[in-house]
Ligand binder design. Structure first.
Ligand code: PMP
Length: 272
């Protein structure tokens, strides 16, 4: 339906509590990329908040949304949000309520990521300890991202006890001694689908990868940094600022970042 006719109750728990989860899936020229990975993560988030919804219905509706929006041949994405549903306000989960499903397709620019370079902020990770759930409660993420945005920077990279976790809406990788490092999966990061894709690409390209934390003090030994995400794809970081000081700086997209970008382009665009 037209978005201005879509209706959500003021007593929806998504509105009241941020009690819901979401997922964003990319479609390259109208074709879903790693749809089953996105649906598996959605299923995981739902299981963690104890909400039940049929995944087949979501898969079918996602594909239908792309064609109904006339985006079958366009680069686009589908946003899916599921909240616990509508009920009088109580903190505990009300029984016997229907989840609210919001789903829409929208155009996105997926071309040209390989030509961009990002300068980013580094700040403290103030999020909760269940970042593995793709929760719509994003207060800490929006505050962090706004802080980098107002400083004219592309993303805010978060530190827990001095170790990099991830960005406000992206995963992060570091190259040190020709080896790639990224934070291990667990409650302190979202299990990024693009992160997973990059890990697989490393195996194809023979790049050594270690899922281990990187401390801010190790940045002096780091040669390359890049971010990954559904719409971010693989974005080279050329400058990092922490407490007004530049803690990482390089001029060009590094060779490992470039090799991964090329392989990612080949897979998403079938360019051989
Ligand atoms: N971490 C956070 C906090 C995010 O919001 C995102 C974007 N969804 C990512 C990582 C990257 O995940 P994905 O590659 O699945 O988009």
């Amino acid at each position: 339906m037209p978005h201005d006719q879509a209706f959500v109750s003021v007593f929806d728990r998504g509105f009241m509590f941020g009690d819901g989860i979401y997922e964003v899936t990319p479609f390259y020229k109208g074709k879903p990329y790693r749809l089953e990975d996105h649906l598996d993560r959605l299923k995981y988030s739902l299981s963690q908040i104890e909400v039940e919804l049929e995944i087949d219905l979501i898969r079918r509706t996602m594909l239908e949304a792309v064609s109904r929006a006339g985006l079958e041949n366009s680069d686009c994405a589908v946003y899916v949000q599921i909240t616990r549903g509508v009920a009088p306000r109580t903190h505990f989960y009300p029984q016997h309520i229907e989840p609210t499903l919001l789903l829409y397709a929208f155009p996105v620019t997926l071309e040209g990521f390989e030509n961009k370079k990002a300068s980013v902020l580094v700040s403290k990770d103030l999020r909760w300890h269940r970042c593995d759930i793709k929760s719509i409660s994003l207060m800490a993420n929006v505050r962090a991202n706004n802080e980098s945005h107002t400083a004219g920077l592309a993303e805010n990279i978060l530190l827990r006890k001095g170790y990099f976790t991830e960005g406000s809406h992206s995963s992060i990788f570091f190259v040190k001694n020709n080896t790639l490092y990224t934070h291990p999966e667990g409650p302190h990061i979202l299990s990024g689908i693009t992160r997973k894709a990059v890990i697989e690409l490393c195996a194809n390209l023979g790049i050594k990868l270690i899922e281990d934390c990187v401390h801010i003090d190790e940045l002096v030994e780091v040669d390359e940094v890049f971010l990954t995400g559904t719409t971010t794809q693989i974005l080279a970081v050329t400058s990092m600022f922490h407490k007004e000081e530049e803690v990482f700086s390089t001029t060009e997209t590094g060779k490992i970042t470039r090799a991964l970008q090329n392989e990612f382009l080949r897979i998403t665009r079938n360019t051989d």
